[in-house]
Write a protein that binds this ligand. Sequence first.
Ligand SMILES: [Zn+2]
Length: 202
Amino acid sequence: MRLPSFPNLIRTLYAFSNATLRHPATTPRSLGLPLNRATIRSMPTIPFLGSFFGSSASEKMSFPDERTPQDWQAVLNKEQFRILREKGTEAPFSGEYDKHAPKDGVYTCAGCNKPIYKAEHKFKSGCGWPAYFDALPGAVTRHTDSTFGMERTEIVCSNCGGHLGHVFKGEGYPTPTDERHCVNSISLKFNPGDPQTGNGRG
Ligand SMILES: [Zn+2]
């Protein structure tokens, strides 16, 4: 049953080679011209597409992990959902990691498990929530939060958009950045050791 297809293959190969062999000199030129025209014609559409996607992206932030609220409700407990997905805040001095001071290890997002902070980023601020002076490169995304009549910088997980807390600058803490990432313990999960070496610095 395979044999009948073989002559077809030969015919196709023959027709193809015959066509290319028949006009060896004109083929490169006739191929080149339509390609150039196509390139020029498509150029004006590029800025249009750029502005189209640019305006929609600024209105609604999107993250690589696009789980729906229903998906998150299935994997997070009530308190995690309230803080990570509804931007809640845990009570001060109540969190698991407030007075946590490990030498090594990584704090990952309690929602999607992406590494956010290293143990050496943490410092004692006395504010009642875990404080970090820096995050792993690209791990957090900042944006302005104007709720409660204040202008604050909210930080969310760059992978899932989960709410972490806020960043405060210039408070005078003796840290390399003079920034304080004030983070809910509930938004984080501590992993002793370093699950993703090479992803961070230092
Ligand atoms: Zn996350």
